[in-house]
Design a protein around this ligand. Structure first.
Ligand code: SDX
Length: 428
């Protein structure tokens, strides 16, 4: 709390609202008493100027391109940390000691298998079902398997549910991929790293041993870290809102998966690679830039722009460097990467993109790497969901433990019909 207040004059009366400050970033005006005092609501579709909660997990400065997880810069975590260490950091607030990390990895690895009955849920999907449709259904179904850890008021049971979700998401995502190509599901192998285990469940087959490629393992680890959490984005806000009613945590994460699927959000990684492939050649870029600028054309440059980053997305910088590294280390080239780099160059020198502060975001380059590793495009958002689960469960725990937390229930500006009497059918 600061000693500042903001005053609002309404019909001759003055109302003062306290200004709250955090450890860094914009101060907030505490308007919780506004409606009671003035009979008015604020109006902020898309919540462009609204803080929905207090959080200590992730800080973003959109102007400076800063992204901190519990204070640690994303580029340092991507370079030096592991995905399990980042998961621990997001959940518990501090980097773990060696013992804490080993215990955490051991706990997570003991939850990687799913109930054998869960495999039957896949049979109901068509083989060509989108992996995100499968993830929504199967993760939601997990809520019917764990009645012993659904007392969300018990921190111990909340942590069991969190561990189960972090551990099982890679298994379920790999099963969704296997189901789509008609191959048998692979059981987890807990001697492998979290990322290595995921790669083996995805690309391994029972008929032969699978060697985890360290280059690909390192790239996947970095991609998972870059996608782990991102403040109060749409899917995280969905998980918080679902959780605010006391809903089952597995159902809350299924709601987050549904929201992430949208092309304006996590679905942009799939849409961005499809767009780059459609552009196909550098000489076709101007045609697409023109379409992106045309108000009458719904086309947007996928992987470009961000609600918060108005300078650059620090994750996109790391992702771009990783794309170069992975292709080089795998001895692969991809004309799509050349198109992406040239598109970025042209866009960043174009008045429209400069004026609207549109830069590549986390989704612009990730598809090039995932494609080089061998994932089909429709698996990209499922991978995003695997990584973002650690952020979702950290934010869900923080919300449940917040003494100020209450069920989320926004109001509206009503523009519909005012009261009128019913007209009998024979009078219409
Ligand atoms: C993610 O919130 C998060 O943190 C999300 C995320 C995370 O980690 O959780 O970072 C992950 O979702 C990244 C964003 C992925 N989405 C895309 O790449 C889809 C393409 N981008 C856009 O749809 C858009 O930029 C958004 C949705 C990302 C942001 O939209 P905003 O903040 O609501 O901005 P806007 O739509 O109001 O756009 C502002 C202006 C508009 O023009 P005007 O109405 O002012 O004339 O910029 C234009 C838009 O038309 N614009 C674009 C554009 N993005 C915005 N024009 C062309 N191409 C684009 N990509």
């Amino acid at each position: 709390m600061t000693d500042q207040t903001v005053s609002l004059g309404v019909e001759g009366s003055n109302f003062n609202y306290p200004v709250l400050d955090g450890s860094v970033g914009p101060e907030v005006i505490d308007i919780r008493k506004l409606y009671g005092q003035t009979g008015m609501f604020t109006y902020d579709p898309g919540f462009t100027s609204t803080a929905s909660c207090e959080s200590a997990i992730t800080y973003i400065d959109g102007e400076k391109g800063i992204l901190l997880h519990r204070g640690y810069p994303i580029d340092q975590l991507a370079e030096h940390s592991s995905f399990m260490e980042v998961a621990y950091l997001l959940l518990h607030g501090e980097l773990p000691s060696n013992k804490e990390l080993n215990d955490f990895v051991y706990t997570i690895s003991r939850h990687t298998m799913v109930h054998e009955q869960l495999a039957t849920f896949f049979r109901g999907f068509r083989r060509d079902a989108h992996p995100m449709a499968i993830m929504c259904g199967v993760v939601g179904a997990l809520s019917s398997f764990y009645h012993d850890s659904t007392d969300i008021t018990d921190p111990e049971q909340r942590m069991i549910a969190s561990h189960r979700l972090i551990a099982k998401m890679p298994t379920i995502a790999a099963m969704a991929f296997k189901y789509s190509i008609g191959q048998p599901f692979m059981y987890p192998q807990n001697s492998l790293s979290y990322t290595g285990n995921f790669l083996r469940m995805t690309f391994g087959v029972p008929a032969e041993p699978y060697e985890v490629n360290p280059v690909i393992e390192r790239a996947m680890r970095r991609i998972f870290i870059l996608h782990a959490d991102h403040e109060q984005n749409a899917s995280t806000s969905t998980v918080r809102l679902a959780g605010s009613s006391g809903a089952n945590p597995f159902a809350c994460i299924a709601a987050g998966i549904a929201c992430l699927w949208g092309p304006a959000h996590g679905g942009a990684n799939e849409a961005a690679l499809n767009m780059l492939r459609e552009i196909g050649r550098v000489d076709r870029i101007p045609e697409y830039i023109a379409r992106a600028k045309d108000k009458n054309d719904p086309f947007r440059l996928m992987g470009f722009g961000h609600r918060v980053y108005k300078n650059f997305d620090p994750r996109a910088k790391v992702m771009k460097a990783t794309a170069d590294e992975v292709l080089k280390e795998l001895g692969k080239s991809d004309p799509v990467l050349d198109v992406a780099k040239e598109l970025e160059h042209i866009a960043l020198n174009d008045e429209y993109f400069i004026e609207k502060k549109l830069y590549p975001n986390v989704d612009f380059y990730s598809g090039v790497i995932l494609n080089a590793i061998g994932f089909p495009t429709d698996m990209f958002t499922a991978l995003f969901a695997v990584a973002r689960t650690v952020g979702w469960v950290a934010q869900w725990n923080e919300m449940i433990a917040d003494p100020e937390q209450k069920i989320g229930r926004p109001r509206q500006l009503y523009v519909g019909a005012t009261q009128r009497d019913y007209i009998p059918l024979d009078k219409r």
